[in-house]
Ligand binder design. Structure first.
Ligand SMILES: C[C@H](N)C(=O)N[C@@H](Cc1c[nH]cn1)C(=O)O
Ligand SMILES: [Zn+2]
Ligand SMILES: [Zn+2]
Length: 478
């Protein structure tokens, strides 16, 4: 059942209003990883709930309790649950997305205010969260608006789960999903899940995604002196925490990306026979990775090697050092306490539980080798499980048919290098197929400066998600 032409035309005719709504969403600074913005994330929960109600969706703000961040006790932003339709003849689709964003400051290198959506002459909609993940969440709202305003029934029963902590480990969400998946819960009766929260591989080929890497995020803290010290007075006189930390951070990964923590890379099985062909088939080149990175810095000239490094191998990245001097000028300080942050992207069969003891043992043994009198503390900040699924399912067939209808192209079938911690929870709690159907392009710069979503991806992406629902609706009739 193709989507009605009237729906597709409506999306085109209302494009400017949809972009205005995206601009409203971007202006709410819903940064989940910084306690200073917590009220803004909560404001975003309310905003999404009101927007859903305005297009006929029954909603509930689901309390997720409290947590501690940077030593502060904080309320978690409520998740927004939504439901519309209860026709037993129709399939029930659960859509998930997140309305929190990564931090963004003009001083990071943005050309414009990150929380003011800027429409560039080339059609790029620039702003934090435009692609990750406010644009795709609003894609679902755009579809609902058409059906509500024109008094058209949706082709499926729809359930929504939108959260405000995805960028910070989805705290509290797993338990909510498990509870609501039980009989009588908001997700009772769900037949399949669709998540639009990742990206095409390149800038030209629509993509369907059947896997995600998991994540284990660590903090290594080293402290010694009771306060910051003058390096002229104390240099070569005391053990310096930063010197110890840099040594340890330097033992985690080599410059070619090999993980040096014993046992981590080794946990992953070699590719199965013919697996490389899956990557060979993808519309991707070294130029694509270098264009989206903005420099000629690919680890290999071999496309398959690069793709496998992103999709089916773990990676370890060093993110930053809390407590270190980082400003301009030449402050001659010895920081008293520094915390190195690094994370490992995980692939099956790795899990945060299996990797934690390896990472801890490695850091502790490297620290012991230093013979320092400083103190070490190692902790995991958050984790998420990897996920890979079967693409031979009507849910994927619906997405493929919808993609052909909107883009007139065969989609790339990918595994995403990023993580969406709740995905496996949906799959296991509901026992149904989960599909990732991205809206944005590979060069959107999610998590980076000048994040953007192309206008055409927002508009065609809205049509794609809507058409996918019609194709799922058609699957119910088969
Ligand atoms: C792929 C998704 N849009 C995303 O960006 N996920 C994040 C999840 C996360 C976990 N800790 C911090 N963020 C990611 O892959 O980094
Ligand atoms: Zn993200
Ligand atoms: Zn995201």
């Amino acid at each position: 059942m193709p989507a009605p032409k009237e729906f597709l035309d409506y999306v085109d005719h209302n494009a400017d209003a949809f972009i205005q709504r995206l601009s409203d969403a971007v202006s709410i600074k819903s940064v989940s990883g910084d306690p200073a913005y917590r009220e803004e994330v909560i404001k975003m929960s309310n905003w999404i709930s009101q927007q859903l109600q305005a297009v006929g969706v029954e909603t509930q703000l689901a309390d997720l309790g409290r947590h501690t961040m940077d030593g502060q006790d904080l309320a978690l932003p409520p998740a927004v649950l939504g439901r519309i339709g209860n026709d037993p003849k129709k399939k029930t689709v659960l859509v998930y997305g997140h309305f929190d964003v990564q931090p963004a400051l003009v001083s990071d290198g943005w050309n414009t205010d990150p929380f003011k959506l800027t429409v560039l002459p080339n059609g790029q909609l620039v702003g934090r969260g435009s692609s990750d993940d406010k644009g795709p969440v609003l894609g679902w709202l755009n579809i609902l608006q058409y059906h509500h305003q024109n008094q058209k029934d949706l082709p499926v029963n729809l359930r929504c789960c939108f959260e405000g902590m995805e960028e910070s480990g989805s705290e509290g969400l797993d338990d909510l999903v498990k509870k609501e998946s039980q009989s009588g819960g908001w997700f009772d009766g769900v037949d399949c899940v669709c998540i639009s929260d990742n990206y095409w591989l390149n800038t030209r080929t629509p993509t369907i995604t059947y896997g995600l890497r998991g994540l284990a995020y660590y903090k290594v803290t080293i402290e010694g002196p009771a306060k910051d010290l003058h390096s002229g007075v104390f240099g070569r006189t005391v053990h310096e925490p930063m010197t110890d930390l840099i040594k340890i951070m330097g033992t985690l990964v080599d410059v070619k990306g090999h993980i040096l923590i014993p046992g981590v890379d080794e946990m992953v099985p070699p590719p199965f026979a013919d697996e490389k062909e899956l990557y060979e088939k993808l519309d991707y080149s070294i130029k694509d990775v270098e264009d989206s990175a903005g420099a000629s810095i690919a680890l290999s000239d071999d496309k398959v090697e690069v793709l496998m490094g992103r999709m089916r191998q773990p990676s370890l990245s060093l993110h930053g050092i809390e407590g270190a001097f980082y400003g301009s000028g030449a402050k001659t300080v010895i920081p008293a306490k520094v915390s190195g942050k690094f994370s490992i992207r995980l692939v099956p069969p790795q899990t945060p539980e299996k990797v934690f003891p390896l990472a801890k043992a490695h850091v502790e043994s490297e620290f012991a080798k230093l013979g320092t009198k400083n103190k070490l503390h190692f902790e995991e900040l958050h984790g998420g499980l990897p996920w890979v699924t079967d693409i031979n399912h009507w849910n994927y067939e619906a997405a493929r048919t919808a993609t052909r209808a909107i883009y007139n192209q065969e989609p790339d079938m990918t595994r995403e290098g990023g993580s969406i911690p709740v995905t496996l929870t949906f799959a296991e709690a509901l026992g149904v197929s989960v599909l990732l159907l991205p809206m944005g392009r590979g060069d959107d710069g999610a998590h980076s400066t000048n994040e953007k979503l192309d206008r055409s991806n927002f508009i065609q992406g809205t049509k794609l998600l809507g058409t996918y629902l019609y194709e799922v609706g058609a699957a119910a009739a088969k």
